[in-house]
Design a protein around this ligand. Structure first.
Ligand code: ATP
Length: 517
């Protein structure tokens, strides 16, 4: 199935089974804003817990905060967002559609890459075991021609970004004949900068209201609390402050479902280190964060690092962890060495001394910062995209059945267990409720007595429930039930008294944490 079709099905599945709804749907929706539904919120909370505990619980020198979304407007002047939090915008005059100029060029480069990958895949199939990919990539004329074109675009692109040369960005689009996907024409406006921050007014006008911004990142809430946390927590460098919270960006192009939203959620860590130590910590956090992703058990080749072509105004090193979505490799997390830029700026703008006295060095300095910043929503989409599977099942009678199953990491699954009485009578529903009442304090459980057992299994497969338990008349006699495993569909008879241990071993987050570096 084409990847676009898989993605369409996934979006439909998210709605049909109560994971994600379009915001304000009965009013025809609000662009790039989404609501998490009854199951979506459970998955989202589990992702946040996986991140929070891995940061705050497992690191003695990391603490968390929850700062307000509204902050003093000068913070955004100091951080550089008022002047520089821009994306280059370009309009197609015929379709009147708006695009990010940099994304149009990045998409072009990705096309060359896809062409090269296709050549490699074709050759791999042809030559089998004996295939030498590195040699093929360095000698095949079609691969080399595409690489040359891609490199040429890349060199011009990086130079244009470095110089902030908007005319050159447009020229790259013209020279490479990039067309609008809607109108198909190359009739473009000039490129101009667009500030992504939302603003609103605080206070009543008679008092003199002031313009404030909805935070475009949670990081600044950490920087302005650096002194408070360091002092009250008696934190010693190196140490980190973690935060999960909403962020808002007036994105130019809203597409790909919850990948790019105007209201989204970030999980950020700011890690404060000695000046000069930042590269060591940058490498360390790259490794730690990649292991957090890979612990989920998705294939290794779905992840890669991508170093930034252009460093943000505050960074001296930056890389992204990219995941292979159905629409290609895209950023899920950014890891940035932010230097002492933010703390120094806040020191200057607030007039307060923001420093750390290092008892080992016997001197004061402004700490350097290494940041890891991941979008909860992109992580959600990544997990759903990877978990969604359509499977064919060979039945004993020779017929082929189909099922849609979400192979979610069990520790993140919204529902851990569904308890099903075989029939709605003879005391089986009551016994089923007893099991739930016993387990509900530790695990999210559902009860289902409607339709055939097969249909009930399918419903649970579609929402990724790792375990189902069926009670029959034998259960009343010997306190055993049939437990069915989502991925293998294997069934076994177990004692009700053992269910707690089975579930604990099967859905615990501890196993994920133990894999972390
Ligand atoms: P992009 O290049 O895709 O716009 P970015 O580099 O601006 O992303 P960062 O500022 O590094 O993103 O933000 C850190 C993380 O926050 C991203 O890796 C992403 O997971 C998430 N994020 C950023 N913007 C959005 C958005 N509009 N919708 C959903 N998540 C987002």
């Amino acid at each position: 199935m084409a990847q676009e079709d898989v993605f369409k099905k996934l979006v439909a599945h998210c709605k049909e089974y109560g994971f994600v709804f379009q915001s304000s749907e009965i009013y025809d929706g609000l662009s790039a804003v989404y609501d998490y539904a009854q199951l979506g919120v459970e998955l989202k909370n589990n992702i946040k817990k996986y991140w929070w505990d891995s940061m705050v619980k497992l690191h003695e020198n990391v603490v968390g905060i929850d700062s307000a979304i509204f902050m003093h407007p000068t913070i955004w002047k100091a951080s550089g967002h008022v002047d520089a939090f821009n994306d280059p915008l370009i309009d197609n005059k015929d379709s009147k559609k708006r695009y990010r100029a940099d994304v149009l060029i990045e998409d072009l480069m990705a096309k060359y890459e896809t062409k090269m990958d296709k050549e490699v895949a074709k050759a791999k199939k042809k030559f089998g075991e004996t295939f030498d990919e590195a040699q093929f990539r360095s000698t095949n004329p079609r691969v080399l021609a595409n690489k040359e074109k891609m490199d040429a675009v890349h060199t011009r692109f990086v130079e244009a970004l470095d110089k902030n040369d908007l005319n050159e960005l447009k020229q790259i689009i013209i020279d490479n004949e990039i067309a609008c996907p809607i109108s198909g024409t190359k009739n473009w406006t000039d490129v101009r900068q667009f500030n992504l921050m939302f603003s609103t007014d605080m206070g009543s006008t008679s008092d003199g209201s002031s313009k404030i911004y909805l935070r475009p990142e949670t990081a600044q809430g950490i920087f302005v609390n650096y002194l408070n946390v360091q002092k009250t927590g008696r934190m010693k460098i190196p140490f980190g402050i973690a935060q999960i919270g909403k962020a808002f960006r007036n994105e130019i192009v809203a597409r790909q479902f919850i990948f790019r939203m105007r209201e989204f959620e970030q999980m950020e860590l700011q890690f404060f280190v000695r000046p000069g130590d930042e590269m060591k910590w940058f490498e360390k956090w790259k490794e730690t964060r990649m292991s957090w992703h890979k612990a989920l058990g998705f294939p290794d080749d779905k992840y890669r690092f991508h170093d930034h072509d252009k460093l943000a105004h505050y960074a001296n090193a930056a890389t992204d962890i990219e995941f292979k979505f159905p629409f290609g490799f895209k950023e899920v997390e950014g890891i940035h060495s932010r230097t002492d830029f933010d703390l120094k700026q806040h020191q200057e703008f607030s007039g307060k001394k923001i420093q750390y006295f290092d008892p080992e060095l016997n001197k004061s300095y402004t700490p350097y910062v290494v940041e890891t910043s991941i979008g909860v929503d992109r992580m959600f989409l990544q997990i759903m995209a990877e978990a969604y599977k359509e499977e064919k099942i060979e039945k004993e009678n020779g017929k082929v059945d189909e099922r849609v199953v979400l192979k979610l990491p069990p520790a993140l699954a919204p529902v851990k267990l569904c308890v099903m009485p075989l029939v709605k009578k003879d005391g089986l529903p009551e016994k089923a409720r007893e099991i739930i009442n016993d387990l509900k304090f530790d695990f999210n459980c559902q009860y289902d007595e409607k339709d055939s057992i097969g249909k009930r299994y399918r419903r649970q497969d579609a929402i990724g429930t790792p375990f189902c338990v069926t009670l029959d008349h034998q259960s009343l006699e010997d306190n055993t039930v049939t437990i069915r495993h989502r991925d293998t569909m294997a069934q076994e008879r177990v004692e009700i008294a053992n269910l707690y241990e089975i579930l604990k071993a099967g859905v615990s987050m501890k196993d994920l944490f133990k894999k972390l570096k």
